[in-house]
Ligand binder design. Structure first.
Ligand code: ADP
Ligand code: MG
Length: 700
């Protein structure tokens, strides 16, 4: 396979545009892409024609506006290129108007009330900063999705706005440091994606996996992850073949899939791309998740993207590596070679630390979901407390600035901001503190709380917005200063004092940290209903509005949708549990009771009653569990029915978290105790051992 040939072969990228568009059109289009100016219809017509011809050559028959509604997944409505010619023949048509604007019926997408108050119809608009591509013989045009009154109904529009906000504020700071060449600052993201692969045969026998993406029952397997033999272990040939095909499909779409390895849990793996600008990284991550599932199907496997498919073994996350860089190619979180570059680096670093401290709740909210609640704080992912890891070297630097003492690096050079060179700060290639939600890793921050199935958009909108906000505050202070160096020194020092409470370099999984964090006044928002309230706190709503990212009504809509997603997810899980117990588990238990009763009856006739002590003991035990099973089932059913009495989404979310989840846990406990006692041929569902080890070295 010639990777250089296939890479991007299905993307209408810059090279293709340059080759296929008239020079002046290419120039104008580029201006649109670079400066975000509006695209004229005559230009759009020429671009559309070139795009269509290119797509048809690649075998495309349809086109679609590809967008990211608030469901968190992508949506598409395919239209054929065909148009009747009048003589029984057809033409292949695609106009500039069709390229730049689409009008999908918005009424069936979640709108969180925006639909009720505003126009029912929405429209999609081309985002020329993300290239069009071909998938399944369809030309896909990345688009934003808005209501006619301009409200964002999607996850792309606010992301683009947040990138713009950060761009504006970061440029203000750069100008203060004398950088007059950088025209734009972009945020960059490299999302590392974790996932599980299991065989189709076990998947299709687990309704819980089918309906909810996770197992709702399952006793611990004899072997889980305790031997630590899967992490970075040899990749099985079946999985290798899958990864190869997946890479090929991703490369065709210009996605920089780079690293693959086995993860901690059995059947768990990870894929990491090379980072790109946040907007493209987001589109690419959505496509990656989609292709992971499609390619798995071709290999008779199922890719589980759920945050917690199996209790008792690690769940899956998505490490969001984030930084800011200029259009001139400078990473703003890279410590520099000159004192002034380092002072600038320290200011950007402080802006992130301050942002995490002041908007802990928003960050926590941005990774909150019913699925991710199973991971955060469960000693497999960072706790729900937001803190920043900066490592010992930087910690020493900040301490010396705070104390006003001279910092001595290992080479004994003195340090003060803006005067000498900072010590070399090694890039963290070893991932040495995996317990921190926000870790500085040498030239970027790694945000580790995000769940594996989530769109990366929500977290990055918050990140970009809060850092834009803190940068704008810094810019406002420094722009007023008469003596820039003195003001900068004072600012950084004051900020360290104010925000050092959020810096924590120790073990984030420990109980001591929970207590220490409480003493420091840091938030510990354990569950999604606890976390969502941050969205509508006045201080937080204000920065979204000030930075031009969300209007008040857009926030309220999302607040509503997040609650709805939460309780609906749990409701579906509860209903699935109920049906599994009623349909099959109860019957399996009864069958085994009948078998035992039969044995006891026959044995006592042939031998004596005393000969049946073992079977009787077992039957009694199972019978007690069967009783408890019905009791827990009834409680769950009753409580699920009571949900109808509630109408407010916040109350519904809280009710599901407090009552339904507890009922589900109680029911699961009984089922998981029964499972190992019932003969395998009677147990209706594949066990954890069967599922987790369903993909073997040899096909079976
Ligand atoms: P590790 O595997 O130890 O976490 P890597 O250096 O391999 O660290 O990076 C992991 C991810 O971070 C990759 O997706 C990589 O492309 C991304 N990354 C590296 N530099 C940046 C950056 N400046 N901005 C955003 N992401 C980055
Ligand atoms: Mg990492």
């Amino acid at each position: 396979m010639d990777v250089t040939k296939i890479f991007g072969s299905m993307v209408f990228n810059d090279d293709v545009m340059k080759e296929r568009l008239p020079k002046d059109v290419y120039r104008v289009l580029h201006k649109t892409i670079d400066d975000g100016v509006h695209l004229q219809l005559d230009i759009a017509n020429v671009v559309a024609e070139a795009m269509k011809n290119w797509a048809i050559e690649k075998g495309a028959t349809h086109f679609t506006h590809w967008f990211q509604p608030m469901t968190g997944i992508t949506a598409e409505k395919h239209d054929g290129f065909i148009a009747p010619e009048g003589n029984g023949r057809v033409l292949m048509e695609f106009s500039g108007k069709e390229l730049v604007k689409g009008e999908p019926d918005a009424s069936s997408f979640p709108s969180g009330g925006l639909r009720a108050t505003f126009e029912a119809r929405g429209y999609t608009a081309w985002d020329p900063t993300s290239y069009a591509f071909i998938k399944d013989d369809t030309l896909c045009i990345p688009t934003a999705f808005c209501s006619y009154s301009g409200e964002a109904l999607d996850k792309k529009t606010p992301l683009l706005r947040s990138m713009q906000a950060l761009d504006k504020q970061a440029i203000r700071i750069l100008r203060l440091f004398g950088d007059t060449t950088a025209k734009r600052v972009m945020t960059t993201v490299g999302p590392e994606q974790e996932y599980f692969l299991i065989d189709c045969s076990v998947y299709k026998r687990r309704p819980d996996l089918i309906y909810t993406g996770r197992t709702l029952f399952g006793a611990k397997p004899p072997k889980g992850q305790e031997m630590e033999d899967h992490y970075f272990g040899m990749i099985k040939p079946r999985v290798k073949a899958y990864m190869k095909e997946l890479d090929e499909e991703l490369w065709k779409l210009g996605i920089l899939s780079k690293t693959e390895h086995n993860e901690v849990a059995p059947a768990q793996h990870e894929l990491a791309p090379i980072f790109s600008t946040t907007n493209i990284a987001t589109d690419h991550n959505q496509l990656t998740m989609e292709l992971m599932k499609i390619v798995a199907g071709k290999h008779h496997m199922v890719c589980l993207l759920h945050e917690k498919p199996f209790a008792g073994v690690n769940g899956s996350g998505k490490h969001n590596n984030w930084s800011m860089s200029t259009d001139t190619g400078k990473n703003l979180l890279e410590p520099g070679d000159t004192p002034s570059q380092n002072a600038q680096f320290l200011l950007f670093l402080m802006a992130v630390i301050k942002a995490v401290d002041e908007y802990q709740g928003l960050l926590r909210m941005s990774v909150a979901s019913a699925a991710n609640d199973h991971r955060l704080g469960a000693n497999e992912a960072p706790p729900a407390i937001m803190s920043v890891f900066i490592g010992d070297e930087l910690d020493a630097v900040l301490k010396s600035i705070e104390d006003g003492t001279d910092y001595h690096d290992p080479e004994k050079k003195l340090m003060s901001i803006g005067a000498t060179v900072l010590p070399h700060i090694p890039c963290d290639t070893t991932d040495r503190n995996r317990t921190s939600p926000v870790a500085f890793t040498g030239n970027k921050f790694e945000f580790r709380s995000l769940g594996s199935s989530a769109s990366i958009s929500g977290l990055n909108i918050v990140l970009n917005t809060i850092v834009a906000q803190t940068l704008s505050e810094y810019a406002a202070i420094l722009e007023q200063a008469d003596d820039f160096d003195a003001a900068l020194n004072k600012l950084i020092r004051d900020e360290i004092v104010k925000h050092k409470r959020v810096i924590f370099n120790g073990n984030g999984y420990s109980e001591e940290w929970v207590q220490e964090a409480e003493k420091r006044g840091l938030l510990n928002l354990k569950t999604t209903p606890d976390a969502l309230g941050s969205f509508i706190e006045p201080k937080n709503m204000k920065i979204f509005e000030d930075q031009g990212v969300y209007s008040e009504s857009e926030i309220k809509a999302r607040y509503e949708i997040l609650h709805e997603n939460y309780y609906k997810t749990i409701n579906i899980e509860a209903l699935t549990m109920i049906s599994m117990v009623k349909n099959n588990i109860t019957a399996a238990v009864a069958k085994y009771e009948a078998v035992l009763a039969d044995v006891i009856l026959k044995k006592s006739q042939v031998l004596s009653k005393d000969a049946c002590i073992a079977e009787e003991g077992l039957l009694k035990h199972i019978s007690r569990l069967a009783c408890s099973l019905q009791c827990k089932l009834a409680k769950l059913e009753e409580d699920v029915a009571k949900e109808k009495e509630l109408t407010d989404v916040v109350a519904l979310a809280k009710y599901h978290q407090e009552v339904i989840l507890a009922d589900m846990a109680a029911l699961r406990e009984v089922v998981d105790e029964l499972e190992p006692m019932i003969p395998s041929d009677l147990w209706p569902y594949p066990t954890y051992a069967e599922i987790l080890y369903s993909v073997r070295y040899q096909p079976v």
